[in-house]
Design a protein around this ligand. Structure first.
Ligand code: ADP
Length: 652
């Protein structure tokens, strides 16, 4: 079963964990912070060994600031000559020193008034003093937090043995109280042997922006006792072994991660193939014989084998079992990695997979899958196992499980996405069909409305009074406008539905036809049109003609200059042709330049400039059919330049 180290719940009592958190979250403290988890020696203070003010304050200030923010009583024991510098450092790093001092939440105590009170250092007096300080502080505040300089130890000639005795006593005072401390050791002021002892006696050490669990730590009772050398040797040998094991474990884990990455990131392999490679990797890594991915439903007590590595008498895809008759129940119960290495001992000896299938050991993890059946990823063997599974093995398996989860969810999203795209396409096709049918079928009744209105007008012209005549004119006008709109919509709809017929199109010839078709409009306005040298491109000729017809006709229409001038040109780019149609017309407000490509969107009234608002949407549709783009550069009153790109095709 899963064996996880439980963190004891100390949330009520202020512990070193909170100090670690302060450093972890602080931007001043840059280095790694090792957690206390799993480390046996716990006491309530850190030692900071530093060699510069920057290093000192990078740890001390966040530690203190956190205490103030949490409503604790904070005390900084400082040598008189350092006082101003400490205050300045606090201010610089965002502590509202004056307000905190005034409220009493922060005090700066001198060494003379604490450790050396009464003239010299006395272990018992100081221990009692801290007991009183803590009692008093915690009566009023959330907790007590101490930062203390220690240079006085050297100056007062305190021996390290004395100081150790004090440390162990003062630890008892802090122990179990809402109180933590950070002792500051300035390496520049201590002799090397002194620092060596400081390192030995503090289980939690901060140095050079790093918080470490200290494997040189020697508990006080061992440090001073007669068996000190023996303990020292034990510790050294133990440390050597621990470090070697940790190093090997790390490099094993690294190798495993690299292989896992190799297996799962191969873009040429299918999910099934990757899964088989994953099974192989797991069997090797965990020394087990078979890997399987199962669909599970804990509520229905159901498991179905989905994928399996190799041939097996019992475990085959499609085989269904009661979940509770498998070891996967253990993983499902905790929804994470679980292991069984001794079925009898762990009371799994009455389930089918043990009794009938002969499975002797199991390592499996639960894989919750969003939007789909949950899975278990499991490895088993029919060989009895001598060793229980390690935490590292369970972690490796969980990593594999996470990949499976990601893949299955990704496949699920992909399927949903494809369905949505298919639905969208269907509805888009229906819409196009509708627009086409509507515009096509509307033409006939509209033509009738116009003709009969015309007939009315012609036949009864003499009988109609002025107002009736005016009404009929409005009606004829409306019907004509609607006919123009329906006609344009039909062209738009045709382009939308078109099977584009790409072939070489000589753009010079296209422009010649466009200008001929618009001769009347051009002559009426005395417009000057100049056409640069245009290429032959691979395009749908008819659509290209519609595109230029709209752009040229707009350039003349939305133009008050005399004479209106239009310049058409083209330039070759690496992957496309860029055409420009520039005019000296009325221009467009840049904020509205995107709107003009929308269907029926017009920036002007019909009386001012007649039109249907479809021309540019049609241009956009055509350009999209040619994998291109269309946009306009313009300023009101300064003409407009429409840009059109058409992607080059193999034939260009
Ligand atoms: P229509 O010309 O039928 O109104 P378009 O889709 O061709 O429809 O044009 C949409 C709007 O864009 C026009 O109503 C006009 O306000 C603006 N527009 C188009 N071309 C130009 C141009 N060359 N100069 C200024 N405004 C233009």
């Amino acid at each position: 079963m899963s064996q996880r180290s439980d963190r004891s719940d100390q949330s009520d009592v202020l512990s070193l964990d909170s100090g670690l958190e302060a450093l972890r979250q602080s931007s001043e403290f840059r280095g790694p912070v090792e957690s206390l988890e799993g480390h046996g020696h716990s006491n309530d203070h850190f030692a900071l060994v530093y060699e510069s003010e920057a290093e000192q304050f990078a740890a001390a200030i966040p530690f203190l600031r956190q205490g103030l923010e949490r409503g604790e009583k904070c005390m900084y024991v400082v040598e008189e000559e350092d006082r101003d510098e400490v205050l300045a450092a606090m201010r610089e790093r965002g502590i509202d020193v004056d307000a905190r001092l005034e409220s009493g939440a922060l005090t700066l105590e001198s060494v003379e008034n604490t450790y050396l009170k009464g003239g010299s250092f006395s272990i018992d007096e100081m221990t009692d003093r801290y007991a009183d300080i803590i009692e008093e502080a915690t009566a009023e505040y959330e907790a007590f937090r101490l930062v203390a300089e220690t240079g006085w130890i050297v100056e007062d000639d305190v021996t390290i043995e004395e100081f150790m005795e004090y440390e162990s006593k003062v630890n008892d005072v802090f122990d179990g109280e809402d109180a933590i401390a950070l002792c500051l050791y300035d390496r520049r002021h201590f002799p090397a042997e002194g620092i060596c002892d400081v390192v030995r006696v503090h289980p939690h050490l901060i140095h050079d922006n790093t918080v470490c669990h200290n494997f040189y730590y020697t508990p006080p009772e061992e440090f001073c006792g007669p068996a000190k050398p023996d303990h020292e040797v034990d510790r050294m040998l133990g440390t050597l072994q621990e470090r070697t094991e940790a190093k090997t474990e790390l490099s094993d884990q690294k190798r495993f991660l690299q292989r896992l990455n190799g297996v799962t990131s191969d873009p040429d392999k299918s999910f099934e193939a990757k899964l088989q490679a994953l099974f192989e990797l797991g069997c090797e890594q965990f020394d087990l014989d078979l890997g399987a991915l199962n669909r599970v439903d804990p509520d229905a007590d159901h498991l179905e084998v989905e994928h399996v590595s190799g041939d097996h008498d019992y475990f085959q895809p499609g085989v269904e079992l009661e979940l509770s008759e498998t070891y996967c129940q253990a993983a499902a119960d905790i929804e994470e990695a679980a292991s069984v290495s001794d079925p009898t001992e762990e009371e799994f000896d009455e389930i089918t997979v043990y009794e009938d299938y002969g499975v002797e050991a199991y390592l499996g993890t639960y894989v919750p899958v969003e939007g789909e059946a949950d899975r278990t990823l499991a490895f088993v063997t029919s060989r009895p196992r001598t060793e229980p599974f390690s935490e590292q093995e369970r972690t490796s398996l969980e990593l594999m499980g996470q990949w499976v989860k990601y893949e299955l969810e990704h496949q699920q999203y992909q399927r949903e996405l494809e369905q949505t795209v298919a639905k969208l396409k269907q509805s888009n096709d229906r819409l196009k069909q509708f627009a086409y049918a509507a515009s096509h079928d509307l033409q006939e009744p509209l033509r009738m409305v116009s003709s009969y209105l015309q007939l009315l007008e012609n036949r009864y012209a003499d009988d109609l009074d002025e107002q009736a005549q005016e009404y009929i004119d409005f009606a004829v006008d409306g019907a004509n406008r609607m006919r123009a709109m329906v006609g344009d919509l039909l062209s738009f709809s045709r382009v939308e539905r078109a099977d584009n017929e790409f072939g070489p199109v000589d753009c010079d010839a296209v422009l010649e036809r466009v200008l001929a078709d618009h001769r009347m409009q051009i002559e009426e306005r005395n417009a000057e049109i100049s056409v640069g040298s245009l290429p032959t491109v691979s395009a749908d000729g008819e659509q290209l003609e519609q595109l230029f017809a709209n752009l040229v006709s707009n350039a003349v229409k939305y133009n008050e200059s005399a004479p209106p001038r239009v310049e058409i040109d083209a330039e070759e780019r690496s992957d496309c042709w860029e055409f420009t149609v520039a005019d000296n017309g009325i221009g467009i407000d840049p904020d509205r330049a995107d709107q003009i490509f929308e269907v029926f969107k017009r920036l002007h009234h019909d009386e001012q400039y007649p039109g249907t608002g479809i021309g540019l949407s049609l241009c956009q549709e055509i350009v999209e059919n040619h994998d291109g783009d269309i946009w306009v550069d313009s300023e009101p009153g300064n003409g407009s330049t429409f840009h059109v790109t058409l992607a080059k095709r193999a034939a260009d």
